[in-house]
Each structure stands twice: as C-alpha cells, then as structure tokens.
Design a protein around this ligand. Sequence first.
Ligand code: NAP
Length: 505
Amino acid sequence: MIHYENHWAVVTGASSGLGRGFAARLADRGMSLVLTGRSEGRLKEAANQIRRAALQIQVETVAADLSTPSGVSALLDHVRDRPIEVLINNAGFGSYGPFAETDPAREAEEVAVDVSAVVALAHALLPGMIARGSGGILNVASTIAFQPAPYQAVYGASKAFVLSFSQALWAEACGAGVAVTALCPGPTRTGFVDALGVDVGHTAIYRQLGDPEPVIEAGLRALDKGRAVVIAGLSNKLLAESSRLAPRELLTLMTARLLGPANSASKPPIVVRNEILIHAAPERVWDLLTDVERWPLWYRACRWVRVSVAPIQTFPHQRWGKGPTPAPSASLGKQLPLWYQACKWVRRSVAPIPAFPHRRWGKECMTGGGALRGGPAFPQQSSGNECREQALPEATHGAGRGTAFQWKAHPVTLQSTVTAADPPRTFAFVADTPGIHAERTFMLRPAPAGVGTVVVSYETQVGFLARLGRLYLGRRLYAANQAMFADLARAAEHSGVMEAIPAAG
Ligand SMILES: NC(=O)c1ccc[n+]([C@@H]2O[C@H](COP(=O)([O-])OP(=O)(O)OC[C@H]3O[C@@H](n4cnc5c(N)ncnc54)[C@H](OP(=O)(O)O)[C@@H]3O)[C@@H](O)[C@H]2O)c1
C-alpha cells in the first residue's frame, strides 16, 4: 500500500529524462518531492516547472553527486527526519566500448551511482517504510539486465545487480506492505544516450529509441500493483523473456552483435583458414591427413565425427548411449582415453552406414577402413560406451568416390560429401544442410623453399542460417580447425621423419 497524497517522495536523477518525468507524475498524485541530481540549474528548473503545475505540494532540491559517499550523505541528511513514502532510485548512467579500452575511473563512478547509491538509499529508507507498513521503492534497472552486455559490460552487470537486488527486496518487503519494483526500460529517448559520451547510433540496440512517457507510466503502475519486475514495452518484454531459454554463450554473442559496432554485420558468415608446413613429401602428408585416428584434439573439438568410405544410406532412429555392451576390440580407450571418458556415447561401425540417426549431441566415429581409417578400435569398457562391429564389406581404399565425411557443429548438422578426391594434391568437399552451404578444401602444395609440403585448409560457410549462427558456429569451426592442425603437427612429428611448423592462418 502506498500513500501518495501529502506524502514525501525522493527522486534521484530528477534533473532530466525519466527522473524528471517521475517527479512530475508523483506531483500529479499530490506528493511533495525531494529532487536530486548533480546539475543544480537543471534541478531548479525542473522543480519550478513542477511547482507551477502543482501549487499545493512542496518541492525541494539537493544537488549531490551520488558517485561519492558525501553526495549520498548530503541527500540522506536532507531527508533524515522526514517519513519518505516513495523512493525512485533512478539516477544512473552508462558507458560504451570494449571493456579493455574504457576509462576505469568512469566505470568505478558508474558502479557507485548505478549500484552503491541504490543500495545505500534503499538501506536508509526501507526500514522506515517497513515500520510504517506502507511505501514503495522503484529501482530503475534496464532490459540490459537480462543478459551479459558486451561493449557495456559494467553497465549491464550493474543493472543485473539492480534487477536481482530489487527482486530480493520485493520478497522481503511485500509481507510488510511495502512494494519494491525493478523497472526495466529498453533504449529510451532521454539524456542517457548522449551521456554515454560516444556515438552509439550505429548499433542495432540504440538505433531506435522509445518514448519515455510509457516507461514512466509502466513503472508507476507496476509499483502500485506491487509487481517485482516490469519490462516496459511489448517487444522489450518478448526479447527479455526469450533470453531465458537461450544458451548463455549464444545469448551473449547475440547481444554482442546487437551492441557491437555495426560493421561486424557485413563480414562474411564463416571463414576458417589454416596452414601448416610439413617437411615431407605430399604422399606422406596425405596419409597423415586421411588418418583421422591421429586427430584426438580435433575429435574433442568436434561435436561428432564420422568418416566412412561407404555410401551413406540411412540409420534407424536411435539414441546411442553408453551401455554395458562389451567392445570387440581395444585400442580406442588406450589411444584416446580422456576423450573416450568424456564422450556421452561413442559408436563405431565398420559396416556401410545403413541410415542416419536422428541424433542427439554426441560423438561418433565410424570408419570403413582403408586410407580413411577413422574409427579407432574400442576398449572393453565397464563405463560402457556402446560399440558395434558388424560384418565388413570390403572397403574402398582411398578417398575416392563414395567417400563421405560428416561432422556436426552445434546447432546444425552438415552432411559433407567429397566432391574432388585427387590425392595427394587436393581434397575438397561441400556440405549442405538447409540454410547452410559450406565448402572446405584441403590443398597440398610444395613448400616455397622447395622442402616439404604446405597443407592449407580453407572453409567457408554461407547462407541464411550460417549468418545467424556465425557467432556461435564460427567459433566452434575455428576451434575444430585449429585442433585438427595441432593434431596434424603432432602426428607429423611422431612419425619420426617429418618436422611440422604450424602457421595459423
Ligand atoms: N534511456 C535509456 O535508454 C535507459 C534504458 C534503460 C535504463 N535506463 C536507466 O534509466 C535511468 C534514468 O536515465 P535517463 O534515461 O533518464 O537518462 P538521463 O536523462 O541521462 O538521466 C540521468 C539522471 O541521472 C543523474 N545522474 C547521473 N549521474 C549522477 C551522479 N553521479 N549523481 C547524481 N545524479 C546523477 C543525472 O543528473 P545530473 O546529470 O544532473 O547529475 C540525470 O538526472 C538510469 O538509471 C538509466 O540507467 C535508461
């Protein structure tokens, strides 16, 4: 229950923007006001305007810098013996830019105003409200509070604090008849964007700003109703609510996209290029390249891997789990024990792949033998990765027609087919899945100095989904590619006759 008429309210950041609007609306409800902000001139101007519109109320101003303890004390001293019915914790500002390049002093000030002052004022005024059994605190958070905010890391974290803090106070105080509400506005046309100190008009988030009036109305309405959180605006609400379901990494990267410099949107979706020099003839290098048994890091970096020389047909719909099925052969666990233990499930078959599974995430390695010996043998495992070994058809030797590579990188499955297999010179394949088109080429070419072979791996992905998934998928593909080349370098060194010099592209 909040008593407005003939009661006092404190509004911080009342010299402009939302704070000034809150002050005017509370005056309309008959509240006397203590307004605060740093700028004495703008505060007085706001106070005079309110007095002219609402003659019966009192309006006082306290010019104070809330980033300092003395500023907070000055405000609290001013209201010490007065019962404050409503506190609008609104003062705040943000900063913009990569965290490493932002001014530490400014960000410390930001935390002091956006977080410390909010806590200090609530601490000072909430006990009186609880004792009287009435009152309300409206803390102005932001929609940025619902996810980490790259390029506004400190501001986003501050507002996340305000959101969490307000909800906790709401639960503690609602039984005592005191409302605590976090108001979460989206980008709004106030002095806020100018106060950032840099032009953010190029970012997707700040390109369009909403009107302040609906935000103010939503905040006061939610306070009246005793709501813990209110998100101003339907689209902001949808965005904030949907963020709860998204994987955290993806959410953060998407936010980086929205808050980041606009030119990042014009980059090609995904391009991964890597290069390595191996002191060996191309034929030897080709053997290494196609021997995926030697790629443990790559295996770990990939969600799953399958190599087969058989034509791919269909898999039964099946979830492969770790079960007690005894494994017929025993080298995988020895060769890749950590990987094997880390896998949710592993399945191996040397039979032609009969069908595609409707897959859950996992790693699979299938091999048809021959030059593409991918599926290392499995150990007998009591932890029970499932193993299957079926009757072998005679495998085609070499990466020729019919050879298929597949891999999966979250969140899409790529089905790749070798389109050009001209060992030992080139090895290219395309991958297609709805919305994604990927092309990958391994090229082996003589080293510039005439000794050894340079292996180049070049992968591009284009298409609508790739553009959407670039932030997440791109990193995974890059990591997988790096891992593969690290494996290749190690395999070359372990083979005894070759020296490998990684040259990351
Ligand atoms: N506008 C948006 O897009 C948006 C979106 C989400 C959340 N918010 C939040 O909404 C609140 C109000 O901001 P606004 O949009 O109304 O921006 P604004 O027009 O820039 O108002 C900010 C207010 O905070 C005061 N303030 C800033 N630093 C202060 C300090 N060190 N000590 C005391 N007062 C200080 C300013 O007063 P002086 O300049 O006189 O000190 C001003 O009155 C802020 O907490 C902001 O984070 C804004």
